[in-house]
Design a protein around this ligand. Structure first.
Ligand SMILES: Nc1ncnc2c1ncn2[C@@H]1O[C@H](COP(=O)(O)OP(=O)(O)OP(=O)(O)O)[C@@H](O)[C@H]1O
Ligand SMILES: [Mg+2]
Length: 282
């Protein structure tokens, strides 16, 4: 039968991993796109139980790195490992059970009801025991992204921020142990930006590994366990926000003078562009 063609080896389902165990890792990663080196010498890992923010200026390589960590882009040299195995060790179906990706600015416009769009996130689990969780996963993801109220409306008829939240719900419904989000807050209002980062924190608290690309350094400083700063295709810094948010480093990377102050109540680092003509000339 033709089905045996696809069943030559059973899909390996993802297993729980102890907190701190790497879910995704880039080792000496170099990626070339259209003949240009876009990432070089990238060493980065994200572990079970943590939120890693990727920040850096436009064109620094954040989306490329996220796609590489998702095993959606080939390495020119070096490698990406998922759950301690090289990317090539996993089938596409096995990868879909391990990582979910929210692309930057989704150009997709499904003419389907919101609930059906979110349910698409469950497709990788078809034929596994987790299929039984489909309805609960869809319901929970829609509640987390606050889109339950428009479950029956057409995705195509939503506002930009509403669509972004539905796309996030689709990714959450996939219930993978590695979640890769490219600028999930870009189109969102203040409340929903905070909501998305709280959802990231909740997933990490449940043992998942979360990588989130952000331009808002305040969000990164308040919610991420670690921040990796990308600059011209390389990791310029990687560590807790309090270490990484250094005025000199960020001023250089962003080519704009900034100052870093501690929030008077929470102590979270706040990065503020200097507008007083002071700071170094760039
Ligand atoms: N398909 C492609 N072919 C050639 N170069 C590309 C391609 N995609 C991206 N690049 C280049 O690779 C570099 C990194 O792009 P990337 O999209 O990863 O940046 P980014 O950090 O996500 O930026 P942004 O903040 O604007 O989203 C940029 O110089 C970009 O022009
Ligand atoms: Mg990008």
């Amino acid at each position: 039968m033709s089905t045996s063609l696809f069943r030559s080896r059973a899909r390996r389902l993802p297993l729980p991993r102890p907190l701190g165990a790497p879910r995704a890792e880039a080792r000496a990663l170099r990626v070339r796109l259209a003949g240009r080196t876009v990432l070089s010498e990238v060493d980065l890992r994200v572990a079970a139980g943590e939120v890693l923010a990727l920040v850096g200026p436009n064109g620094a390589g954040k989306s490329t790195l996220l796609a590489a960590l998702a095993c959606d882009l080939p390495a020119e040299s070096g490698e990406v490992r998922i759950d301690d195995l090289p990317a090539a060790a996993w089938t596409p179906g096995e990868l879909a059970l391990r990582r979910a990706v929210l692309p930057q600015a989704s150009e997709l416009s499904f003419p389907f009801p919101v609930e059906d769009v979110v349910r698409m996130g469950r497709a990788p689990w078809a034929g596994t025991p987790a299929e039984d969780e489909d309805e609960e996963a869809v319901r929970e993801a829609m509640a987390a992204a606050e889109v339950t109220g428009f479950a029956g409306r057409s995705f195509a008829a939503l506002s930009g921020g509403e669509r972004a939240r539905v796309s996030l719900a689709r990714v959450l419904a996939q219930r993978t142990p590695l979640v890769l989000l490219d600028e999930p807050t870009a189109a969102l209002d203040l409340r929903h930006q905070e909501l998305v980062l709280r959802v990231c924190r909740a997933r990490a608290a449940a043992g998942d590994a979360v990588v989130v690309v952000l331009h808002d350094l305040g969000l990164a400083g308040a919610h991420a366990d670690r921040v990796a700063v990308l600059h011209e295709g390389r990791v310029a810094a990687d560590g807790p926000p309090s270490q990484v948010f250094d005025a000199e480093l960020l001023s250089r990377v962003y080519a704009h003078p900034v100052e870093v102050i501690d929030h008077p109540r929470t102590g979270d680092p706040l990065v503020i562009p200097r507008r007083d003509g002071q700071g170094f000339a760039v």
